[in-house]
Design a protein around this ligand. Structure first.
Ligand code: CA
Length: 249
């Protein structure tokens, strides 16, 4: 296929041994890997160049991982970001509202696990590119109440208001909207939307659900679209049957 973008990765990590190890193992997976050793270089490179993936250590000299993530997302909400943290107590911040990362690993992490995550991220990007060749038959947009999910433009609107979602938030919402009424376990969602069903990372799903709810629910504490099924997982509860609306353009 044509037009596959280069797999360039920016790694922002101040611990040299970790940076070296990651660089060594990711060399097979990507076309180019650039390492920044502090938050200053990290911020400059992250915001001034295009990257297939940015891997950010949370704690850095200078601007930290979250500040860099926030700045990048201002211009490129779809930028895939994987965050490295040293404490699970930092997860709420890492995966928090608006600026959060798509995915994270807690140190010490297995390099093989990191490679698996990176492969999954690239797979998702490339599937997305493959699914939208120019002139192809388009997927229909989905309308549920005031919510409209348009997979071609990768746009979500609520009434007349455009909802800004990260790539992963969009994928998650699109997945739900295409399976109204079906209950998914967190592990299923990790598998289907993140591309891996790794145990222990269900927190990622919860955080993304919370982020989505904050953006699309009238009252996020009483969600009516993405509903918790206690003891099982989540389902997309359409108040009315989901109607597929074919876009004419
Ligand atoms: Ca650090």
């Amino acid at each position: 296929m044509v037009g596959m973008s280069k797999r360039r990765i920016l790694l922002v990590e101040d611990e040299q041994d970790i940076a070296d190890l990651v660089a060594l193992h990711l060399s097979d997976v990507c076309d180019e890997l650039v390492v920044a050793n502090d938050g200053y270089d990290g911020m400059r490179l992250a915001t001034s160049d295009n990257w297939a993936l940015i891997i950010l250590d949370l704690r850095l000299p200078g601007p930290d991982g979250l500040e860099i993530c926030r700045s990048v997302r201002r211009d490129r909400p779809y930028q895939p970001v994987l965050m490295l943290t040293s404490k699970s107590s930092e997860l709420d911040r890492v995966l928090g509202l608006e600026t959060g990362a798509d995915d994270y690993l807690t140190k010490p992490f297995s390099v093989l696990e990191l490679v698996a995550r990176v492969r999954a991220i690239f797979r998702r990007i490339e599937n997305m590119q493959r699914a939208q060749p120019v002139g192809a038959v388009k997927n229909p947009a989905i309308q549920v109440g005031r919510l409209n999910v348009d997979p071609n433009r990768r746009e979500v609107t609520l009434g007349s208001r455009k909802v800004e979602l990260t790539a992963r938030e969009f994928d998650l919402l699109d997945f739900f909207a295409r399976h109204p009424g079906r209950v998914f376990r967190r592990a299923d969602l990790l598998d289907k939307v993140w591309g891996y069903g790794h145990e222990g990372y269900e927190h990622t799903v919860n955080s993304h659900i919370n982020r989505l709810r904050a953006k699309i629910e009238d009252n996020p504490s009483k969600p009516e679209l993405i509903v918790t099924v206690w003891g099982v997982g989540y389902k997309f509860a359409a108040k009315e049957p989901a109607a597929a609306v074919v876009e004419l353009n």
